[in-house]
Design a protein around this ligand. Structure first.
Ligand code: BDP
Length: 654
């Protein structure tokens, strides 16, 4: 007879397994937080700005604009940070500009930060699109390839070089895309002198959103001690009411080998619930409160606080400390051949696809917009969204953690459609981006799945090996979450589908296919699901569907672009979802939450109009259809707090 494993032994085995996982996940880039040992100074506001309009866009480097104040080398504009620069002025040249733009500003740095050699001063840029080079007082401190993830540099050494000098930060940003960037693009010179002026070029892209550029997220300075908490990784689990948090702390700095570490977990009321010592280990939480999605449980988004306290002895025997607090949600994610399980309970994604996009700001982070969008998602009864088609600001993920909004976290791998974008250089960059993304977002309980790409040319021969490699790499970085990419191709030719955990499929029936033919949706959607499931036996999310609406346009019988037509498309899809969600369809994400700006083209009327909200966040008729449905599903499947029970009498039909 097999020797029974006692519960305690089981937990130890589990914890050891989780520690292994923790140590596999990448290191670095903790979200900056204030603590007794860390200070933050935001550099948001007005910066000086100039686009380099020279023919080769290289004048700024040739004349070394970073060596002096930008205002001393030519005319400058006021430019808000964070914001895209494109829609800030009346100048069409700036809206459509391609090449280097230059930002600078001076910062008053507290003299204590410079005088105290035990302080590290870090300059952090939340994101700048696409390629950035950063100087402090004319010294190049870092550069970064990629438009949607943070980068930073320690600048204490530069500041101490001349403590009397003001701290001038210069950032040059270039939005040129190549076949090896993510997303890819290419510059095409139009050389016909009869049709185009000399040197005329355009940037071709293979994605459907405006290539907004500039410094899109917060720029800040933060401090840490010289020996500091460089990274924290947590992996959570639970069994029989006992929650487990396996943690791994990476310490950096000269005295890191002598550091001692204490980890303290507190609950929402600040009560201490578990402690541990050492750089890695496990916390056990008796009667753990789990992290649950919005509308799945009475208490969604529960977070503990895990404080890491690092101590080292200073030169004079004094104790030097670093403290960093990470919010932690205890939850598990699993996938079967027909279900997506959160905390071992089936989870159905009833949500949206979004963009970081709004009037004037473009892709610039904006708190009022973020909070409004969360209120709208809650109003709608949405429990999830996909970060189509690039990683969003980390503040948004913190909101998701706190509100229980589930996230499919997507890389900027959108529009990989040219065969040359499947080469080694592209692959190497894609792996690097997945590393940066997982490093940044690995601890967010709201993030339940990685999406490595959207609608790549997955039928092309190199796609199989390419995506097998990217997906395997992502799973090696984070074995705790499923991985997908979002497809739109014919299932029979999809080379990457064997490697994903969940099939995410986009389709625009009665729109791009059979325009106007609402009566084919049911049959075609049914065929789509049966074929994908029949071939791969994996759960399926309808990751995009929808129809453009010019708000206020009405037509009965419905015609394309009218509010009624969008409603009919949605209802036709919903009928099929309702049959298939009893089997293997695990979610539906509308395309799109709100109208958004695109490049100009004959199929776009001042942007993509498939939003259920306008770009100004006013509901179209489709929003009410979706709201009625999402609340009905939530009432059927969730355990709702009494105050969220949706009174059906208030539902408005279009
Ligand atoms: C899908 C793309 C999305 C587009 C959408 C559309 O994934 O980025 O915006 O089509 O055309 O295929 O509206």
């Amino acid at each position: 007879m097999a020797c029974p494993v006692k519960p305690l032994q089981l937990h130890l085995i589990l914890l050891f397994a989780l520690w292994d996982v923790c140590s596999m996940i990448n290191s670095g880039m903790l979200f900056p937080r204030e603590s007794s040992s860390r200070e933050i100074k935001e550099l948001n506001g007005l910066w000086s700005f100039r686009a380099d309009l020279s023919p080769n866009r290289n004048l700024g480097f040739e004349q070394a604009w970073y060596k002096r104040r930008l205002a001393e080398t030519g005319p400058v504009l006021d430019m808000p940070v964070p914001a895209s620069y494109n829609d800030i002025t009346q100048d069409p040249k700036l809206r459509d500009f391609i090449g280097w733009v230059w930002y600078d500003r001076e910062v008053v740095v507290p003299s204590r930060w410079v005088a105290d050699k035990n302080i590290r001063v870090v300059l952090r840029v939340g994101s700048a699109h696409y390629y950035s080079v950063v100087w402090v007082n004319g010294v190049r401190v870092t550069e970064h390839d990629g438009g949607h993830l943070p980068f930073e540099a320690e600048i204490g050494g530069v500041l101490r070089g001349d403590p009397a000098a003001p701290c001038r930060v210069t950032i040059a940003v270039n939005n040129t895309l190549t076949l090896q960037t993510l997303p890819p693009g290419n510059i095409q010179y139009l050389n016909d002198p009869a049709r185009y002026p000399k040197g005329y070029f355009v940037q071709n892209t293979y994605f459907d959103f405006f290539n907004y550029a500039g410094i899109h997220r917060s720029v800040l300075l933060y401090t840490t001690p010289q020996t500091y908490v460089n990274d924290v990784t947590v992996v959570t689990d639970f069994a029989d009411g006992l929650g487990t948090i396996a943690y791994d702390v990476a310490v950096a700095g000269s005295a890191s080998s002598n550091a001692s570490l204490k980890v303290t977990l507190t609950d929402g009321e600040g009560r201490r619930v578990a402690t541990a010592t050492g750089p890695n280990g496990g916390l056990k939480v008796v009667d753990a409160t789990l992290w649950w999605p919005y509308l799945m449980h009475e208490r969604p988004g529960f977070l503990y606080n895990m404080e890491v306290c690092l101590q080292v002895a200073g030169a004079r025997g004094e104790v030097l400390e670093d403290r960093y607090t990470l919010p932690v949600g205890i939850r598990t994610v699993k996938v079967t051949s027909t279900q997506f399980l959160i905390n071992d309970k089936p989870f159905y994604f009833h949500g949206v696809n979004k963009h970081e996009d709004s009037d004037i700001r473009g892709k610039g982070f904006d708190w009022p917009l973020v909070v409004k969008d969360f209120n709208l998602m809650k109003w709608l009864g949405a429990n999830s969204f996909r970060t189509s088609h690039y990683p969003y600001d980390e503040e948004i993920l913190h909101m998701c953690d706190r509100h229980g909004i589930v996230v499919i976290d997507e890389s900027p791998g959108v529009g990989i459609r040219d065969i040359r974008s499947f080469g080694n250089a592209s692959l190497a960059h894609h792996l690097e981006v997945m590393g940066e993304l997982v490093t940044r977002d690995k601890n967010h309980p709201s993030v339940v799945m990685w999406s490595v790409a959207n609608e790549p040319a997955s039928e092309m021969p190199p796609a199989g090996l390419y995506f097998e490699t990217v997906i395997a790499h992502t799973k090696a970085l984070d074995p705790t979450r499923p991985v997908t990419y979002v497809t739109n191709s014919n299932y029979a030719r999809d080379k990457g589908a064997p490697f994903v955990d969940v099939i995410c499929v986009n389709s625009y029936l009665s729109w791009y296919h059979d325009p106007g033919a609402l009566d084919v949706i049911s049959l075609q959607l049914n065929t789509q699901f049966e074929e994908w499931y029949g071939k791969y036996k994996k759960p399926i999310i309808q990751s995009e569907y929808g129809a453009d609406v010019v708000p206020g346009l009405h037509s009965d019988p419905p015609v394309m672009f009218s509010e009624e037509y969008q409603v009919m498309v949605l209802r036709s899809y919903h009928e099929v979802f309702d049959q298939k969600r009893k089997q293997y369809v695990i979610g539906e994400l509308i395309w799109n939450f709100a109208d958004f700006m695109t490049a100009q083209g004959v199929t776009r009327v001042v942007g993509n109009k498939k939003g259920i909200f306008t770009r100004q966040r006013q509901p179209k008729a489709g929003a009410y259809t979706l709201r009625e449905r999402y609340w009905r599903i939530a009432n059927e499947t969730g355990l709702l707090p009494p105050w969220t029970k949706y009174p059906c009498s208030q539902l408005r039909s279009p």
